[in-house]
Design a protein around this ligand. Structure first.
Ligand code: WT7
Length: 663
């Protein structure tokens, strides 16, 4: 992956790894856990030692949180790089997420407070969820779906999406959820690769105040695909849909007439639970395979530990789409396995107004909120007064995921959303890891803005140099995982060689996630973004994250993206794109000078951007990650690469218009 960097910056990461700038190490703000939370925390400091003393015994105890039909014989079979966890054990993920809570007398507990974008709402208890899942499982069986068959799910954020996933899990048909914002082409590629025979979709969903169609994309994706026998369609918006007789069926026709009884079979611990394709900015998407027992163990434990979940009293909200792994692990499987009450919201944060999230927090009394830095920076840009108009006093814990969180965004989040009461847990993980790997523990860790801190108990992660040797405190390099973990990917669907090549060939015997990282003087870990995003300026490795965080720490900057552009003098030069806080802010030369000096003052003169462009928007993937590749194209005056995975392809025109010399 690093080899794909056009500037070849990766080759120079060896000894220079030690030369990374040290600004982040100078971040001195510390936030101790609130005393009350710490005293009642689910996980205390002794968990680290307990897990370190016997890692497998630790995970074995966590597997005991689940209901097993048959206990496992062996905790871990490790035939590197292929892991099998809890072999010999059998269980059913849907039973663990739903039925056992009902059987234990908690059927009346709310599983989801669901809110549609137009303001329609549904409250679904565990008992109701059980009926819905059983009906859907019966319907899938009637439609000929058998254990092992792959089912594609292309849906808006509605309760039926969760029901469909759990129905698949119940009958042992691996689901393959494709984010509803993806195109027909993306959907077709994933259907082809996973060989799915059924697609579950909806007429559409609500986005930005209007119905947004999904069914036409499915029609487009599966025409000439006789392998897709059935398209099961939920009516959500009432939009008109084209209909292919013999292939298309309405959810309300086949699911609602089914029995609410269904006897679940227990599946092997290693039975495939789902495939999730990673976005992959350049290459063909990889079908990441997750299985049942280990995955459910780690998502359940991590959700309980990292969010200090008290299922009886908390109202938990992961504000992400189910089409991402964040949604799989922390909207569906983790919260349900723990019997939690969750909020699920269909739409965009600014519909019908920019306070929609905060209105939802107040309405449902949300206690734990988990979202991405890109959302936090957007709220910063919209202004402090928006959340200030809402009662956010129910919140007791905040989480962040998806990108490094800039220290300033962390502090803003904690102050303006968390009222300075709430710990912020910056959780590092990936689609491939299945669950959180590096994160503070809210009742234990003294938080540092911008640091993901330490591997969770039971996780062996480290920061290593170019040769794979652990770096000392104060050193920089790459994050790696050195021991198998229960929710690790079991491979890439249909491509074992690619699995080895991508994750296990960079360092002998170590899992390589592809992220840069460093260890500060206390030994705490800071994630520095994808290794492709590290710049080499006059022989110094500088991470885009560091410069971006320096820019965001200036009071006038809401968001920034930094890239390295080829430069005849310095090898690479830093080019920064910034969005200012508040509307109509001045973007003149004086401000640009001020920002350059500000970066120079916080990071040292070497990190001063050669160029700073004030832009109205940044190019982002649909999961909210900045596409620096396209900005590099702009900075180097190249023709733009593939823009099809952008949320909004007109953004690049707006940015190009800001370039010197643009008409
Ligand atoms: C990549 C994985 C994890 C679920 C959502 C994204 C980046 C994720 C953090 C964090 C710094 C982070 C990494 C990682 N990332 N969380 N807390 N700090 N970087 O899943 O799409 O598979 O992306 O997101 O670069 O490798 P994904």
């Amino acid at each position: 992956m690093a080899q794909e960097t056009p500037q070849g910056g990766s080759g120079a990461r060896g000894p220079e790894g030690q030369q990374t700038l040290s600004n982040l190490l100078q971040e001195s703000r510390r936030f101790a856990p609130p005393a009350e939370l710490a005293a009642a925390a689910n996980v205390k400091a002794d968990a680290y030692d307990e897990a370190a003393a016997d890692r497998l015994a630790f995970w074995e105890r966590q597997a005991g949180r689940l209901q097993w039909e048959r206990p496992w014989d062996t905790v871990l079979e490790w035939d590197a790089p292929f892991a099998k966890w809890f072999t010999g054990g059998t269980l059913n993920a849907a039973v663990n997420c739903v039925d056992r809570h009902v059987a234990a007398g908690r059927g009346d507990r709310v599983a989801y407070y669901w809110e549609g974008e137009p303001g329609d709402a549904r409250v679904i208890t565990y008992a109701e969820l059980q009926d819905l899942v059983n009906q859907a499982a019966n319907a899938l069986t009637e439609l000929g779906v058998a254990k092992g068959d792959r089912v594609a799910i292309y849906m808006p954020m509605i309760p039926e999406t969760v029901v469909a996933m759990l129905a698949c899990a119940r009958i042992g048909a691996p689901h393959m959820v494709v984010f509803g914002g993806f195109s027909a082409d993306a959907l077709r590629g994933r259907i082809d690769d996973s060989d799915a025979s059924v697609v579950i979709t909806a007429d559409g969903g609500y986005r930005r105040g209007a119905p947004s169609a999904l069914k036409p994309n499915v029609d487009e994706a599966v025409k000439d695909r006789p392998g897709v026998r059935t398209v099961l369609v939920v009516r959500r918006t009432g939009q008109e849909v084209a209909w292919t007789e013999g292939r298309d069926v309405w959810w309300h026709d086949v699911v609602e007439r089914q029995s609410t009884e269904h006897t679940a079979e227990a599946h092997d611990a290693e039975h495939p639970l789902y495939i999730m394709y990673t976005s992959g900015t350049t290459a063909k998407p990889k079908g990441i395979l997750h299985t049942t027992g280990g995955y459910l163990t780690q998502v359940a434990w991590s959700h309980w530990a990292v969010f200090d979940l008290k299922p009886e009293t908390d109202v938990y909200w992961t504000a992400a789409d189910i089409g991402w792994v964040t949604g799989h692990s922390y909207i569906v499987y983790g919260p349900l396995a723990n019997g939690a009450t969750s909020v699920m919201y269909e739409g965009t944060p600014d519909t019908p107004h920019r306070g929609r999230w905060w209105e939802l927090v107040a309405k449902y009394g949300v206690t734990i909120l988990y979202c991405a830095p890109t959302a936090i920076r957007t709220f910063m840009k919209w202004g402090d007064e928006v959340p200030a108009q809402h009662d956010l006093s129910s919140l007791r814990l905040l989480g962040s995921v998806g990108e490094p969180i800039n220290p300033e965004a962390y502090v803003w989040y904690r102050h303006h959303i968390g009222g300075d009461r709430t710990p912020v847990v910056d959780t590092w993980w990936q689609t491939e890891t299945g669950a959180i790997m590096v994160s503070p523990l809210p009742g234990v860790t003294e938080g540092k803005p911008g640091a993901a801190m330490r591997p969770l108990p039971g996780i062996s992660a480290d920061v290593v140099d170019d040769q794979g040797a652990p770096v000392p405190n104060g050193g920089g390099g790459f994050i790696v995982v050195s021991e198998p973990w229960p929710s690790m990917l079991r491979g890439i669907w249909g491509d074992d060689q690619r699995y080895r090549d991508t994750y296990w060939s960079r360092f002998e015997g170590l899992y390589f996630p592809g992220d840069g990282a460093k260890r500060d003087e206390d030994g705490d870990i800071w994630l520095l973004g994808r290794v492709d995003d590290v710049m080499l300026v006059s022989g110094h490795n500088i991470s885009t994250t560091e410069v971006e965080s320096a820019l965001v720490s200036h009071p006038k900057v809401a968001e920034s993206a930094v890239v390295g552009a080829t430069d005849p003098l310095t090898g690479q030069a830093i080019v920064a794109f910034v969005i200012l806080r508040g509307e109509g802010a001045d973007d003149g030369d004086a401000l640009v000078r001020e920002l350059r000096d500000h970066v120079g003052a916080s990071l040292g003169p070497i990190a001063k951007p050669r160029q700073i462009l004030v832009v109205p928007e940044l190019p982002k993937t649909r999961s909210g990650k900045i596409m620096r590749r396209l900005l590099r194209d702009v900075a180097e005056n190249r023709q733009l690469g593939d823009v099809t995975t952008l949320t909004d392809s007109t953004v690049m025109e707006l940015i190009a218009a800001k370039l010197p010399g643009a008409k």
